[in-house]
Design a protein around this ligand. Structure first.
Ligand code: UD1
Ligand code: UDP
Length: 384
């Protein structure tokens, strides 16, 4: 039996690869092994619990405030040893994090074929998002199989000279994760700690209006993040009847600024709720509950359109132009005034709101894992 090693390390990779782990295990055609790098600790473990995935190995690389070079070096050397001992027939990675790039490099050094899930995303700007755009380019040029979420990402790879017969448009596995989670959540009464009853998922429709916020991009650290937090503060003052719920990422660089601007005594507002990262099903429930989503996250840009929620993206570029074209996502950058005016417009102009709130989903039908599994079967039939 061929051995497929699936590697991930951060929250979004786990959300997008756990469905593939579970699909391939249930399918029974391959021996499936899971190695987590532990690039994230708490946020990774949250996802493993939700999808009932127990890793075979955990490299435990996370350090407080880790640097890019530090985490790259730790993963590269730990993965090198791991591959030396375990010799899988294929290594699967997903997305554009340091875990992805360093694991790709380690597998390449061992001549082990690499399959890249969510391949071909590009902004064309190496510093936006940083370092992810660089990680994508490196990974694409060392990988053997490329699973693109959309035709646009396929075209990006063709433009870079990647062989056409190695590219497969499968949809994004995040939609598999989202749909299976929505199924599991049906009928459950989820209660989110740290927010009042009128903002709970169960208060949808009847409770207060709510803006859901996430933010963590490295290129926004410093002035960008300060602007974002000041904009949230200004919006909370301008719309006292609206609740602003922000599950704050565990990166100390993010938490420091958020605490500094939004939770000191002078600025403490009754309608801003800074809470810890939510486990996936609770976050999905909050997306369903939200009126507007304000984010710089990649995954959220892909999920929210399926839920019919307008998304304002606090970045200047996106590698996900499909939802932009569909009109459910809009780029607003990190300028304080722009963020305030775009959120204000959605909260006060119902016609405009309805235009953005259509449930358009360009990212898949929930069957991406099955398509990826079928490609693996064909690949190993041809490469015995
Ligand atoms: C990483 C990825 C980014 C991805 C994001 C998803 C890189 C360079 N960055 O960014 O592409 O979009 O994850 O969230 O790969 N921390 C904890 N506990 C956790 C997670 C993080 O304490 O569960 C803290 C640690 O102090 C850690 C820091 O956050 O050092 C930064 O984590 P890191 O993975 O380096 O960067 P992210 O900003 O999370
Ligand atoms: N998410 C979550 N809990 C939260 C915030 C986000 O489970 O408190 C999920 C979200 O639904 C999406 C993923 O985490 O699937 C996005 O992760 P993140 O924003 O950390 O990374 P990115 O997608 O930007 O790489």
């Amino acid at each position: 039996m061929k051995k497929i090693l699936i590697v991930f390390g951060t929250r979004p990779e786990a959300i997008k690869l756990c469905p593939l782990v579970n699909y391939l295990k249930a399918d029974g055609v391959f021996q499936v092994e899971v190695c987590v790098t532990g690039q994230h600790r708490e946020m990774l473990d949250q996802v493993l619990r939700v999808f009932n995935v127990v890793p075979d190995a955990d490299l435990q690389v996370m350090r407080p405030n880790q640097t890019l070079a530090g985490v790259t070096g730790a993963i590269l050397s730990a993965m090198d040893e791991y591959l030396q001992r375990n010799r899988p027939d294929m290594v699967v990675i997903q997305g554009d994090t340091t875990t992805v790039m360093a694991t790709t490099l380690a597998a390449f050094y061992h001549h082990i074929p690499i399959a890249h899930v969510e391949a071909g995303l590009r902004t064309g700007n190496l510093y936006s998002p940083w370092p992810e755009e660089g990680n994508r380019v490196i990974t694409s040029h060392l990988a053997d199989l490329h699973f693109c979420p959309t035709m646009t990402s396929r075209e990006n790879l063709l433009r870079e000279g990647i062989a056409e017969n190695r590219i497969f448009v499968t949809g994004n596995t995040v939609i598999d994760a989202l749909f299976s989670t929505l199924d599991r959540m049906r009928g459950l009464h989820l209660y989110v700690d740290g927010i009042p009853d009128c903002v709970q998922p169960s208060a949808a429709g009847g409770g207060r209006r709510m803006v859901l916020i996430t933010g963590h991009r490295r290129e926004n650290f410093g002035e960008g993040f300060r602007n974002i937090c000041n904009a949230i503060g200004e919006l909370a003052d301008k719309f006292p009847e609206v609740s602003f719920v922000y599950p704050v990422h565990l990166n100390p660089q993010v938490r420091g600024t958020v605490a500094d601007v939004l939770s000191d005594n002078k600025n403490k507002r009754k309608n801003i709720f800074l809470i810890d990262p939510l486990t996936y099903e609770y976050f999905v429930a909050m997306m369903q509950r939200a009126d507007v989503i304000l984010t710089d996250s990649g995954g959220v840009q892909e999920e929210a359109p399926s839920l019919g929620k307008p998304v304002l993206v606090m970045r200047d570029t996106t590698e996900r132009p499909e939802a932009l074209a569909a009109g459910t996502v809009k780029l607003v950058g990190t300028d304080r005034e722009r963020i305030v005016s775009e959120v204000s417009r959605l909260l006060t102009d119902p016609v405009y709101y309805e235009q953005m709130a259509n449930a358009e989903n360009p990212y898949g039908d929930g069957k991406s894992c099955q398509r990826i599994g079928e490609v693996f079967e064909r690949y190993f039939a041809e490469n015995r």
